[in-house]
Design a protein around this ligand. Structure first.
Ligand SMILES: [Zn+2]
Length: 506
């Protein structure tokens, strides 16, 4: 493997050496055995105490350097897994292959795939410090977790026996110059609504909502963007009411969203439309596909105008349309009965969504929010999942109760999973003082202290390590979790300087 290194010559040499090593080990969430073993081997080779726990988290202990032997230990923490995504035409197998690392000026990226700078850079920094005996530091406890990107399950199962440090540097932020000092807690909520299907005859149409921007359900929930699944449910409910006299509407399928922590940008539903007998007798509507199509399309156009007005500033390309699925005669389909179709529309409309409350403590910060991220109508039930976040634990519980109650009234069952605690902002944080002071001393500007509306492992670790003083920092990383992910070299250099300066003064 001693072929030419792409990052050779970029300093700090050791930091970028280990970063490149990590890009050669496939490490998507759930596929961390190899990288976990790599960390254990790293420690054993250097005679460092190491533990790999049942969840494959790795903890490495290193003694303090000369003069620092008696100081309190400091924890350096990051996650070893990454979000693996690739371009359609990319031939790399992310389960097996190395990434195709490239450098362009100040940017490091991986051709055709995500880079894993989130959070490989944290791991590389920890390894570079432990590998270099010229860097002064107190006793170190390096915690590298698994499965951060899929619900932080590694951190939640972390074996903390023997971890004595109560000052924790989490290096999983993407904005140099911003120090994160708190984050919201959250959970995933799943609902199941049983539905009855029946063999029905009618014309089939597809309703499509698209043209939305979507985004992250935590950090972008305050942008006021439309949720395709929710907008489609709202349209369906109004469509049923609007055509009540003429049509009977039954859902065939309904689907939208891919992740519960992403705002859905696309949703579609197939419906079966039957002309009501009364209407047929009055002869006001020809019972044919063309007539129904033009009625529905006109209504959809009108609705698109309403949405374009509502979302003029956030999702100006929003579009809602109705298309005939087959343009011949009426056909037989197993469709959800009209009554249950109504319940589906009602439950989506009744569910709260988006920002529920802004923080009174920090202007501009969302405090409690909800995102309906995935919905799918299967044969005999409707399934949908939400991501719920709140900076206040009791408000998280209250919102869970509220949405469970709405679900119960509609006849649905609710469960939750993957709950993680909020990381509450501490008024007094000696570590925050040190980091912000060192940043100012080194770079001449003030670090911004922030609380974010997204999950970080610091919440789980604070729960496991009572009295923990944690902060989160990191170098500039852009477009994480996408194939455009870029790590910025100069910013990485500065962040590494900062980490070293903080360690030297602890
Ligand atoms: Zn991360």
């Amino acid at each position: 493997m001693e072929d030419k290194r792409v990052l050779e010559g970029i300093s700090p040499e050791k930091l970028f050496y280990f970063f490149e090593e990590l890009t050669r080990i496939p490490r998507g969430s759930g596929n961390e055995q190899a990288v976990s073993d790599y960390l254990v081997t790293f420690a054993k080779k250097r005679n460092l105490k190491v533990r790999q726990d049942d969840a494959n988290n790795v903890v490495i202990w290193q003694e303090g350097t000369t003069g620092y032997e008696d100081h309190a230990p400091v924890i350096i923490q990051g996650h070893m897994d990454m979000v693996c995504v690739k371009d359609e035409d990319c031939s790399i197998d992310l389960e097996k292959d190395s990434l195709d690392l490239c450098v362009n000026g100040d940017e490091i990226y991986a051709k055709g795939t995500s880079l894993g700078g989130d959070d490989g850079i944290a791991v590389a920094m920890a390894l570079a410090i432990m590998d270099d005996d010229t860097i002064p530091h107190p006793p170190l406890e390096v915690i590298v977790t698994t499965d951060e990107e899929v619900g932080m399950t590694g951190a939640s199962k972390l074996d903390v026996a023997g971890i004595e440090g109560r000052a924790l540097l989490n290096i999983d932020s993407e904005d140099e110059g911003v120090l994160t000092a708190g984050c919201a807690g959250g959970m995933r909520v799943d609902h199941v609504l049983d539905v009855r299907r029946e063999n029905s005859t009618g014309y089939s149409y597809r309703i499509i909502v698209d043209g939305l921007k979507g985004g992250h359900s935590g950090v972008e929930i305050d942008k006021g963007r439309g949720n395709a699944v929710v907008l489609l449910g709202r349209f369906l409910q109004e469509l049923i009411a609007h055509f009540e006299e003429s049509f009977c509407v039954q859902l065939i399928n309904y689907k939208g969203g891919e992740k519960d922590n992403a705002i859905p940008l696309l949703a579609s539903a197939d419906i079966l439309v039957q002309i009501k007998d009364k209407e047929k007798q009055r002869g006001q509507l020809e019972a044919n596909n063309d007539a129904i199509t033009s009625e529905l399309s006109a209504y959809a156009d009108e609705y698109t105008r309403i949405l374009k007005n509502e979302y003029a500033l956030t999702d100006c390309n929003v579009s809602l349309r109705v298309e005939a699925i087959n343009d011949d005669s009426a056909s037989d389909v197993m469709a959800v009965c009209a009554e249950d179709t109504q319940v589906i529309a009602d439950i989506i409309v009744a569910m709260p969504n988006g920002i529920q409350c802004m923080s009174a403590a920090i202007p501009g910060l969302p405090e409690t929010s909800l995102n309906l991220g995935i919905l799918e109508l299967k044969d005999d039930a409707l399934y949908f999942s939400q991501s719920l976040r709140s900076a206040v634990a009791s408000k998280k519980d209250a919102l869970f109760n509220k949405i469970s109650t709405i679900a119960k009234l509609a006849g649905a069952r609710t469960s939750s999973r993957g709950a993680y605690p909020a990381w509450e902002f501490k008024k007094d944080s000696p570590l925050r003082e040190v980091v912000t002071a060192k940043y100012k001393e080194l770079f001449g500007s003030e670090m911004k202290v922030d609380i974010i509306h997204a999950g970080l492992e610091c919440g789980l670790l604070s729960e496991k390590l009572p009295g923990l003083d944690a902060i989160s920092i990191g170098p500039d990383l852009s477009d994480i979790h996408t194939t455009s992910e870029k790590l910025h070299i100069e910013s990485t250099k500065r962040t590494f300087e900062l980490v070293k300066a903080v360690l030297a003064s602890m």
